[in-house]
Design a binder for this molecule. Structure first.
Ligand code: AMP
Ligand code: GLY
Length: 429
């Protein structure tokens, strides 16, 4: 099969490494890909935003399966466009991708169908939002831009003045552009966060092994929210009994609600959960694999991912037995100094093998059980790698225990260097 993966980050690299294990994959393309992905797939230099050109490429190349991984093309209807041109595509249609693309939609869905989540109210007008905040008084709240904002449109506010400033920034100053035409104001929840990715084929939902992201930029969960600075899988707080409760109260009700709304979801649905005193609650849905969740979940997948994706497309997921290895994975993200705000690009990265993009092995470092997933990198003609984004690399180790995986991934991070490299030293701890 000829497979095309849309996207160019660490998540797409993890998908490609997983697809590469399948004996069915004869050729893998990635559009646009990145420096490290070019070691595993043929990168295609077409901008993701031009859906027509992407579809034309898929048709001309006779792609057998196209995996649309990032949020923007899903929300823009790339899966619909591929299907209309006769290309089999993995990912939700536009009318289902709205579960991520509009927080107003997803909050209203949860309210309508009784799915546990933080109490909320939505606003299309800043004055109404200010009035509402004044009725709440000086309490912690979370203010969220309605639309997609690279994971940054969520502002945690400790009290009234912060909350008013957040609404102003989103709705009046338009910090996130048109994503901030509406806002959601919601109750601040406390507890342990869990990410659960699930394969959904419209009626059936099969959760993958759990994980935990570390969203803040600095150690001790300090600093700004980022796309994710590191992950572990499994999440030790996500017990079997909590998993059963989530299936009954959250996962099945969500896909049933989407069907009832005429927005059948097929693809990977991401449940961002908070385990609160009053049970698990949904913080957010994403219509795709998480990044860097994919970099710890997919290395543990033992079943052929192409078989699973085809079963999702054909709505016969219950026929596939999905198996996971009983180990632990840890991914430490190495980012450019300054991320998630301003940072430099084009800085040379040392310690990576020109052919594989992995760590150069030496007498004192074998690199066994380590995978380096590239996010923002590019490679020059002589095989040197350079930074090309905020999150640069995701260094994943698998081990028999969480501690072993943590130690191995930090040992591996120590083999790689670039100017002003920044990473958290407490992933999984
Ligand atoms: P989101 O993009 O909606 O996942 O939000 C980003 C991060 O903000 C989450 O991973 C949480 O850490 C935090 N967050 C979002 N909503 C809430 C909430 N209602 N209460 C507490 N923290 C939240
Ligand atoms: N790591 C969170 C996300 O992918 O949205």
């Amino acid at each position: 099969m000829k497979i095309l993966v849309i996207g160019g980050g660490g998540r797409e690299h993890a998908l490609i490494k997983s697809i590469k294990k399948s004996p069915k994959a004869s050729k893998i393309y990635c559009l646009p890909g990145n420096g490290g992905i070019s070691c595993d797939a043929e990168c295609v230099d077409i901008p993701i935003a031009s859906i027509e050109r992407v579809v034309q490429f898929a048709v001309d190349t006779k792609i057998d399966l196209c995996v649309v991984a990032p949020d923007d093309p899903l929300a823009a209807g790339m899966v619909d466009a591929l299907q209309n041109a006769g290309v089999r595509a993995f990912g939700p249609n536009k009318n289902a991708a709205i579960i991520e693309a509009s927080k107003v939609f997803s909050k209203d869905l949860m309210q309508k169908y009784g799915i546990p989540t933080a109490k909320h109210k939505s606003f299309t007008n800043a004055e109404d939002a200010y009035e509402f905040l004044k009725t709440l008084g000086n309490v912690p709240v979370v203010v969220k831009a309605d639309g997609l904002a690279l994971g940054k449109g969520v502002i945690i506010c400790s009290g009234l003045s912060d909350a008013i400033a957040a609404v102003k920034e989103i709705m009046e100053d338009k910090k996130f552009g048109s994503s901030g035409s509406s806002v959601v104001i919601e109750e601040f929840l406390t507890g342990v966060e869990v990410s659960v990715l699930a394969f959904c084929d419209s009626k059936t939902v099969v959760p993958m092994v759990s994980s935990r992201d570390h969203k803040r930029a600095l150690d001790g969960n300090k600093g700004l929210n980022t796309g994710g600075m590191g992950t572990i899988s499994p999440n030790p707080f996500y017990t079997d009994s909590i998993a059963n409760e989530c299936m009954e109260k959250i996962f099945l009700p969500t896909i049933n609600a989407m069907n009832a709304e005429g927005r059948t979801f097929k693809g990977c649905l991401y449940f961002g959960l908070m385990l609160t005193e009053n049970g698990p609650k949904v913080i957010e849905y994403n219509a795709r694999f998480g990044d860097p969740e994919a970099q710890v979940v997919l290395p543990r997948l033992q079943t052929d991912i192409i078989d699973i994706m085809e079963a999702v497309i054909d709505e016969r997921l219950p026929e596939v037995e999905i198996c996971w290895s009983d180990n632990c994975a840890v991914c430490v993200v190495m980012a450019s100094g300054g991320y998630p705000e301003n940072y430099e690009k084009g800085v040379e990265i040392f310690g990576l093998d020109a052919n594989t993009g992995g760590i150069i092995s030496s007498d004192n470092f074998s690199g066994e059980n380590i995978t380096v997933y590239h996010s923002g990198t590019k490679k020059d003609d002589s095989g040197r790698f350079f930074t090309n984004g905020g999150r640069v690399l995701g260094v994943t180790a698998v081990g028999d225990s969480l501690d072993e995986a943590i130690n191995h991934s930090y040992e591996a991070v120590g083999q790689i260097s670039f100017k002003d490299a920044h990473y958290r030293t407490d992933i999984g701890k």
